[in-house]
Write a protein that binds this ligand. Structure first.
Ligand SMILES: Cc1ncc(COP(=O)(O)O)c(C=O)c1O
Length: 441
């Protein structure tokens, strides 16, 4: 018996007008050929939704990256606070390579021992009783908000579905998460915002209390606002949020996508405040550059995510969890977090001196751990500062409120921090307000 060629299957319904015709050519795009050829396609094959620097890296090692033409950069952006172990960390590379050679993906139709192990280790080192794996920060936040709503619905309060969020927040780019973020810039053009997110000023306890209604289910906060300008929440404010959640039966939901996995000098940033959330999202650093996200939850919340309520095809597959376990091996090794804290304080002190030396460029230093922000003076834009630093061989990331963000790999040494400080010093010397404007163009 001969199987019909695949194209024959497509041709028959195509002729009957049900399916679009597939034909060879760029993008295999459907549509009548003459109309297609008349279109003058100028869009790049890779969609233009990112503002990319004209740089492509060929190889990395630790906190350094090299382009194909041999230029070397000190990476203080870490793929936006993601490559927690730096580039090509031997333990992470080995774990991924070995797992890829055995079994990469099986779906969640079966047990995944790597995920069971990773979840058990995260439970042992966090407030959580149970962990759900996904693939990104936005997905983790979606899962977390679904868990929050399910908790209240299962406890007889389906009307409690609203979440109090903060101005300046960033929770990701899915439809619900642009609503949780609340920034009109990210919402524009994407239709009506998803209902259920109320925004109050960051750090304002009166505003939080005033925003609580019978429909409120949770308070969602980043312990340090990353994209919003590297703004740490006051530790007292986090404690007060915990107390108000207890008072009104709300869940405290922390977005530790950027702040977690050691970036603050503790495994989780909320630990500095001595509080525990009810639910927490994580991503970025937990996979060390391999896509991995997670929802952490207390049993009282996690118990309602029964089979069929939520899920992912890839979430927690053997390869991603092998990466997650390897990252955890390194971050939990004795002395690792203490070293992050020590290097972070060294960098902080150096940045304060930088601010003193360049008051016309730097307004102040903010942030915590290895998530630090250089708040620039009005005449200097963060994009200009980013460009000038790039020219000096230092990779940084712009953040809101005209802040230049530093989020290096957690494995940096004091010598790496000194090198970055030297490059920033040179950048500041070039960044007089007039040259900053020129560079911004
Ligand atoms: C605090 C926070 N939450 C969520 C996200 C979204 O994560 P992802 O881009 O992996 O979807 C980010 C990304 O920058 C973030 O910083």
């Amino acid at each position: 018996m001969h199987a019909a060629p695949a194209f024959a299957v497509l041709t028959a319904p195509c002729l009957s007008g049900i399916f679009p015709c597939f034909r060879a050519g760029r993008g295999m795009s459907p549509g009548p050929p003459d109309q297609e050829e008349a279109r003058n396609i100028v869009i790049p094959a890779l969609m233009p939704n990112y503002n990319r620097a004209d740089l492509a890296f060929e190889r990395g090692e630790g906190a350094r990256l090299w382009t194909a033409d041999g230029r070397r950069f000190l990476d203080f952006g870490a793929g936006i606070a993601t490559t927690s172990l730096g580039h090509a960390h031997p333990h992470l590379v080995k774990a991924i390579a070995e797992q890829a050679a055995r079994v990469m993906h099986v779906s969640n139709l079966y047990r995944v021992p790597q995920a069971e192990e990773l979840a058990a280790r995260h439970v042992a080192h966090s407030f959580a009783d149970s962990v759900l794996f996904c693939n990104s920060g936005a997905e983790a936040n979606e899962g977390m908000i679904k868990a929050v709503r399910k908790y209240h619905a299962e406890n007889g309060h389906p009307e409690r579905f609203r979440t109090i969020c903060f101005e300046g927040a960033f929770h990701g780019r899915t439809l619900a998460m642009i609503s949780a973020t609340g920034n009109p810039k990210y919402l524009a053009g994407f239709g009506p915002p998803v209902d259920g997110f109320d925004h109050v000023p960051f750090g304002n306890m009166n505003a939080v209390r005033n925003a609580i209604t019978k429909e409120t289910a949770a308070i969602l906060i980043e312990p340090i606002q990353g994209e919003g300008g590297v703004r740490p929440a006051d530790l007292r404010f986090l404690q007060e949020l915990r107390a108000v959640c207890d008072e009104y039966g709300l869940l405290l939901a922390l977005d530790e996508v950027q702040t977690g996995m050691g970036r603050s000098g503790r495994l989780w940033a909320h630990q500095w405040a001595g509080i525990e959330p009810d639910v927490m999202s994580s991503a970025k650093g937990i996979g060390g550059g391999f896509p991995l996200g997670a929802v952490f939850a207390k049993e009282k919340v996690a118990q309602y995510l029964k089979p069929g309520t939520h899920g992912h095809t890839y979430g927690g597959n053997p390869l991603a969890c092998a990466a997650g376990n390897a990252v955890l091996d390194v971050v939990l090794a004795p002395g690792f977090l203490e070293n992050v804290d020590r290097v972070a304080r060294h960098l902080w002190r150096g940045l304060l001196k930088l601010a003193e030396r360049h008051p016309a460029v730097v307004e102040r230093i903010q942030g915590a751990g290895l998530l630090l922000g250089i708040k620039l003076q009005d005449g200097v834009t963060n994009t200009a500062a980013q460009d000038v630093a790039l020219g000096e061989g230092l990779l940084t990331v712009a953040a809101g409120m005209n802040v230049l963000r530093l989020a290096p790999p957690l494995i940096i040494t004091e010598a790496d921090a000194d090198e970055a400080l030297e490059l920033l010093d040179r950048s500041c010397r070039k960044l007089t307000p007039s040259t900053a404007k020129v560079a911004a163009k």
